[in-house]
Design a binder for this molecule. Structure first.
Ligand code: NAP
Length: 288
């Protein structure tokens, strides 16, 4: 079992930048890469690590961590790394993708003797910044044991949910709750505005009682002020909801929160608000 000393990180967005920073603080980060290379150059210079301009720049890494956008991006990164990393290396994917994508990634890396963990995260950019993410892992227990030290750089809780794909299945459940909470909070706060209630009193009053939750706490005041800086982009939640819907359909189920959220976030993305935080849902609730 190879120890992990040199880690590469691919995907330097809202989540990836702070997560890579925590790995650097632990002395584990060797190289960072990103689709738009300028982001990798800037962060590499800040952290004093290699800016990976090609997959070959990750050669010699014991582990490479992914936090990219979509399924195709994860598979592309895994194909690139399969030809580069040594047998015995490990790829950990923190992106939110389909369970089938996790299975495909694990299979293609296994052909080169490279281990894989699907390890989607929850906790938002705040959780990434303060190192308090919840990590839901699919894969072999001994592989996770090898990754524990690395994951502890930015995780409050790491849970093995089962074999490969179980992490993404858990994240799909998580996104049903995330979408439902966004629906309830955005609708409730729009209702409060329509009733003429003072937002500065309303949000902390609700947050102190049984209606309190992470989304209200972190996004309530900003959405009422009309600010929707991600955070978590609406286009990414729409991507997740399509994954959830496909999984539910495979079970012969339809869930009203998921169906309504697909319609609403589809409208937001079509209207050009896909890069805004998921709290931009209040735009629709104000209109309705
Ligand atoms: P983001 O801000 O859009 O960042 C994604 C990053 O990945 C961008 O820097 C992008 O490069 C890079 N990227 C995409 N495809 C790539 C590829 N093929 N090769 C290399 N780099 C690539 O997204 P995020 O909010 O950090 O989220 C990342 C993942 O975590 C998503 O799957 C998301 O659903 C999930 N997630 C997000 C949150 C959240 O609160 N934001 C929470 C939990 C999970 P460019 O610079 O070219 O765009």
């Amino acid at each position: 079992m190879n120890a992990i000393h040199r880690v590469g990180f691919i995907g330097l967005g809202a989540m990836g930048v702070p997560m890579a920073g925590h790995l650097q603080a632990k002395g584990l980060l060797a190289a960072v890469g990103n689709r738009t290379p300028a982001k990798a150059e800037t962060l590499a210079a800040q952290l004093g690590v290699t800016a990976a301009m090609a997959p070959s720049d990750f050669a010699g890494c014991d582990a490479v961590v992914l936090c990219v956008s979509k399924d195709a991006d994860v598979l592309q990164c895994c194909r690139d790394l399969a030809g580069i990393l040594a047998a015995g290396a490990l790829v950990i994917d923190h992106s939110t993708v389909a369970r089938e994508t996790a299975l495909a990634a694990a299979a293609l890396l296994a052909e080169s003797g490279i281990a894989f963990l699907d390890a989607p995260v929850s906790g938002g950019v705040e959780g990434a910044r303060n190192g308090k993410l919840s990590v839901m892992v699919g894969g072999e227990a001994d592989v996770l044991a090898r990754a524990q030290e690395l994951l502890s750089a930015y995780a409050l809780r790491v849970t093995r949910m089962g074999p490969t794909g179980a992490g993404q299945a858990t994240k799909a459940v998580n996104q049903v709750l995330v979408a439902g909470i966004a629906q309830a909070v955005c609708e409730g706060l729009a209702f409060g505005e329509a009733l003429g209630l003072d937002p500065e009193s309303l949000v902390p009053t609700l947050a102190a009682g049984a209606a309190g939750n992470w989304f209200l706490d972190k996004r309530g005041a900003t959405m009422m002020a009309g600010t929707y800086t991600p955070g978590f982009k609406s286009a990414l939640l729409l991507k997740d909801l399509h994954i959830v819907q496909a999984m539910a359909e495979a079970l012969g189920r339809r869930y009203s929160v998921v169906e309504q959220s697909l319609v609403d976030y589809g409208k937001l993305v079509d209207a050009g608000f896909g890069e805004e935080d998921t709290s931009a849902l209040i735009r629709l609730k104000r209109g309705g």
